[in-house]
Design a protein around this ligand. Structure first.
Ligand code: AKG
Ligand code: FE2
Length: 285
């Protein structure tokens, strides 16, 4: 994967990101404690049948492992992100870095536990590490065809909302990656159907904790547009249609609108968030 291909797909955000300190993007949630590797994957798997192949495992890794992995990630990227595409660092090939290898093994084990079990040779050998400062996002896209089916995204540090949209019929193909228009901040009319000047209050920490524990994880806007709450420690799995026929993207916004357990809307402020995407590169013929 080279930088130009990523530019082509995702654009080069240098122009519209005024936070020039890459270190800040990952300077969150890390812990200097040397915590032994013990991923505790929770069995809870949420699916939304409207997007076949989409699954969220909201508590895939424990807070202890989140702190360990976040620290490992921060150490790994150091200041080197300035050398590549902004806010992004990649790893190709096995072995994976030791601070993440056990988590990759847990994800692999999860794939094997599915019915039917997934290809045991599906060993994740490519990582994309993304950092998002408040205001950052990623244009809606379908991951490149050179990556096998079965992509997993581990979320760290702070919650954020991902938009999942059916690829427009004219663009629907599995032969080349789709990249849509960049999504701007939420527009209340666009998202909620009614024009209102009443911006909801900011969610409290307790409300966010409730959401993380048991909250509504999808919010449908239209029949081909869902929003997914990615909480820290969660694993998003994209297979089949969800991987090939639906695009995933993150708004360039400083807050996300989200319904609370009570049904009332709140603003969930963005905080520095990072993610690790696990994929398998299809070998050249
Ligand atoms: O950061 C995320 O949650 C998604 C990243 C992603 O879609 C990608 O790297 O292809
Ligand atoms: Fe992606």
């Amino acid at each position: 994967m080279d930088r130009d291909e990523y530019r082509e797909l995702f654009g080069d955000d240098d122009d519209d990101d005024d936070n020039s300190d890459n270190d800040d993007l990952f300077d969150n949630g890390g812990s200097r404690d040397n915590i032994p590797a013990a991923p505790s994957s929770d069995a809870l798997v949420l699916r939304d049948p409207s997007v076949p192949g989409l699954a969220l495992l909201p508590h895939f890794i424990s807070p202890t492992d989140q702190a360990r992995v976040s620290f490992g990630l921060h150490e790994h990227v150091g200041g080197s992100l300035t050398a590549g595409v902004r806010n992004q660092s990649m790893h190709f090939g096995l072995p994976l870095p030791p601070w993440i290898a056990d988590i990759a093994a847990s994800i692999h084990a999860h794939f094997q536990s599915l019915d039917p079990p997934r290809d045991p040779a599906h060993l994740f050998d490519q990582l994309i590490m993304n950092g998002y400062a408040p205001g950052d996002g990623i244009v809606p896209h379908v991951d490149l065809v050179r990556f096998a089916d079965g992509v997993a995204v581990l979320s760290l540090d702070a919650p954020l909302v991902m938009d999942v949209t059916r690829v427009p019929p004219g663009d629907q193909q599995a032969e080349r990656a789709y990249a849509g228009e960049r999504l701007g901040p939420v527009d209340s009319v666009e998202l909620f159907g009614t024009k209102t000047d009443d911006v909801p209050p900011v969610a409290t920490d307790d409300e966010i904790a409730e959401l993380v524990a048991a909250g509504p994880w999808t919010h449908w806007v239209t029949h081909d547009w869902a929003r997914v709450l990615l909480v820290p420690g969660s694993l998003l799995v994209l297979e089949g249609d969800a991987r090939w026929r639906w695009a995933h993207g993150i708004r360039f916004a400083t807050e996300d609108w989200w319904p609370m357990l009570s049904g009332e809307w709140r603003l969930v402020p963005r905080r520095p968030r990072s993610s690790i995407t696990f994929r398998k590169l299809i070998p050249d013929e």
